[in-house]
Design a protein around this ligand. Structure first.
Ligand code: DQA
Length: 144
């Protein structure tokens, strides 16, 4: 049984810390990554944490997670969550369970954020807890 969990982050999440902190909090992505590595160690898991601003890169990494036989993918696809049929198809195409993650709660924001293509294929979703969304999602991945 694999202990590897991919944590994939989409566009603009590299700007966390300074990007709309009233919505996303003040933690940087590097701080979230460091905390998650520590948590993963305690859970007996290893994480591969990545960020890209490019949709196709996320698709390629989902395929890679599948080829690597990963235990789970935590996916914060950011804005592509709400637009990307390609990500929906990729999540459906792989055997690895995908857990959707959001810092904010998109269902309580603008209407265009209410649709989630990722959510149509995800095994679970954690949102609205700020940086803690990632850690709750990792606990869920550990329990899979
Ligand atoms: C987000 C929510 C999305 O609606 C938004 O486009 C993001 C971040 C979140 O983590 O709260 O970029 O995925």
């Amino acid at each position: 049984m694999s202990t590897l969990v991919y944590v994939l982050n989409g566009p603009n999440l590299n700007l966390l810390g300074t990007r709309e902190p009233e919505i996303y909090g003040s933690d940087t992505l590097a701080e979230i990554e460091a905390a998650l590595h520590e948590q993963a160690e305690g859970l007996g898991l290893a994480i591969d944490f990545r960020q890209t601003n490019h949709e196709g890169q996320l698709v390629d990494w989902l395929h890679e997670a599948n080829s690597a036989g990963a235990k789970a993918v935590l996916l914060n696809a950011a804005a592509y969550t709400h637009t990307s049929v390609a990500l929906l198809d990729a999540c459906r195409a792989i055997a690895v369970p995908v857990i959707e993650v959001h810092l904010s709660d998109p269902s309580k924001r603008e209407e265009f954020r209410h649709i989630s293509y990722v959510g149509m294929a995800a095994a679970d979703c954690v949102q609205g807890l700020g940086a803690r969304s990632y850690s709750v999602a990792l606990e869920k991945a550990a329990a899979l």
